[in-house]
Design a protein around this ligand. Sequence first.
Ligand code: NAP
Ligand code: ZN
Ligand code: ZN
Length: 348
Amino acid sequence: MPIKSFAASSATTPLGPFAIDRREPRPTDVEIDILHCGVCHSDLHFARDEWGMTTYPVVPGHEIVGRVTRVGAEVSRFAPGDLAAVGCLVDSCRTCASCRDGLEQFCETGAVFTYNGEDVHSGGVTYGGFSERIVVDDAFTLRVPDGLDPARAAPLLCAGITMYSPLRRWEAGPGKKVGIVGLGGLGHMGVKFARGFDAETVLFTTSESKVADGVKLGADTVVLSRDEDQMKGHTGSFDLIVDTVSADHDLNAYLSLLRRDGTLVLVGAPPNPQPIGVFGLLMPRRHVAGSLIGGLPETQEMLDYCGKHDIACDIEMIRMDQINEAFERMLRSDVKYRFVVDMASLKS
Ligand code: NAP
Ligand code: ZN
Ligand code: ZN
């Protein structure tokens, strides 16, 4: 039976109502009635085909929390009525070296992403969380810890894990100076995690209006990145900088802030190439790296960490029909700090 969703039908059309089908749950599937879905900047990049890889119509949304309605006969981890979550991944080969290492996002035969991925069960492409329901294999369904507000937990499924993973991998912690570039959905979780891991935490923002919030969210220092003097004051001092910026910006300004052997990790994904001056890397032996979301085990670890330490996202709840306006506000960096769609608004 068709269900309601919101889709973009071309790069230049706003998102609007669209009917999709979901498969009947297979023995290993979990069917989830979606309560909340976060709005990620990647949803905007995909809806407008800014990365040149969108298949239309596209139903975005990969920060999903909902209530389990049905489970297949072989599912033991979930029962109807449970809260469950789905992030950016819905399947992978499960046998390659990356899958065996719990890094399903790097599956060597190609992970299946929650939307715009190849739907191996129903044909066509996968459709994301801007919809009433989703049917996902049990192995790609996550548990939401008790005590976490479901709406504030939803953006953890992408924004949360995308920051948690590199901060763990590059060992943000006591004695380390860590920078987070950009205070948006990803950035605000980066500040919370870096602070939670006891690193000296510095936020870089272009928005003067976000300075006080940066401190409230946990930054020891907030630097206005367009102020050259403020930037220069930190030259050669960072162990790690995680850059979440979604648009063209000068990476070299951040490279110069790294100490010897320091690393600039790019998680933001501007559509255009970003030039890097080689000398800023040679001297003194700096690194540039990338990081993509996180695998299933680490995503569950991150959710459990958030449950234990009472960490969640700062959100502004919107109705599904406000999504196009939310995209425009996101482009103006006017979101504090993640839009979350109340999916009841799609059903009514
Ligand atoms: P967002 O909420 O829009 O935040 C991006 C922030 O970047 C803005 O709030 C702004 O912060 C800063 N910014 C925007 N334009 C800028 C410019 N021209 N120059 C300098 N700073 C600018 O977006 P998001 O959802 O956090 O996503 C950020 C990026 O990460 C997107 O490209 C998204 O596709 C990508 N992403 C990657 C992964 C991954 O796995 N690697 C996962 C999710 C998302 P200030 O106002 O503080 O300056
Ligand atoms: Zn995302
Ligand atoms: Zn694999």
